[in-house]
Design a binder for this molecule. Sequence first.
Ligand SMILES: CC(C)(COP(=O)(O)OP(=O)(O)OC[C@H]1O[C@@H](n2cnc3c(N)ncnc32)[C@H](O)[C@@H]1OP(=O)(O)O)[C@@H](O)C(=O)NCCC(=O)NCCS
Length: 217
Amino acid sequence: MGKTLTALFSEVTATYEIRNAVLDDSYLWPEEEKILQDVSEKRRWDFVSGRKCARLAIETLGVKATPVLTGLRDEPIWPDGLVGSITHTRNYAAAAIAPASKILCLGLDAEPDEPLPHKVLSRISNAEEFNWVQRAKGKEIPHPGTLLFSAKEATYKAWNSVTKEWLGFSDAHVNFHIEKQTFTVSLNKPSSLKTLSGTFGTTEGIIMTAIEIPVSQ
Ligand SMILES: CC(C)(COP(=O)(O)OP(=O)(O)OC[C@H]1O[C@@H](n2cnc3c(N)ncnc32)[C@H](O)[C@@H]1OP(=O)(O)O)[C@@H](O)C(=O)NCCC(=O)NCCS
């Protein structure tokens, strides 16, 4: 199930990740620093590392980086001409950035490769997804509940970038295609986004899910 972060996306998307690094806020813009008021050390590491990943991924695309501020739903506000997504968990941070001329939206999520508590699974899954998790447990994927949760978080990030609206866990139905390490999400909320396709992989104790929706031709 191993897959690198880069392999989760097409070649037009730039990615950057940080693992177990000491806090490095040399990449933070003063405008980004202002978003961080009296936060915990963990939150500071997450935000700073996520913004560093975003900045380095933006520069990989050959674009001059500018501050990435935060919107009303806590979403990152990308510089003109770019779309992207940020994730962080347990001393891991990553960002994916793409040109808006080619990619409509991105959703990236990382979770520890550990079992999802039963209570959380019950809250985030419908009956079909719940049964799939029970069947898949301990087979090809050690922690299918966490994979499902991550796919729904990536879905929300991609969805929210386009619609700016809330999406509940019951508004999305996820089907996994394990052999291909992909998944399909059917959305039951009215919008231009009806079905999303994603990829997933695990590496060094982290489950990652990614959604990349191309601009329709
Ligand atoms: C917003 C949310 C998806 C973040 O996921 P998470 O696993 O808790 O945290 P992650 O570390 O992976 O991601 C955090 C990053 O997501 C991004 N993010 C936050 N809100 C966002 C939004 N509304 N849209 C897009 N990206 C968002 C931010 O960049 C944030 O990092 P930052 O604050 O340092 O900038 C989650 O907290 C949440 O609110 N989920 C409920 C909604 C949902 O998932 N519905 C399911 C639909 S099927």
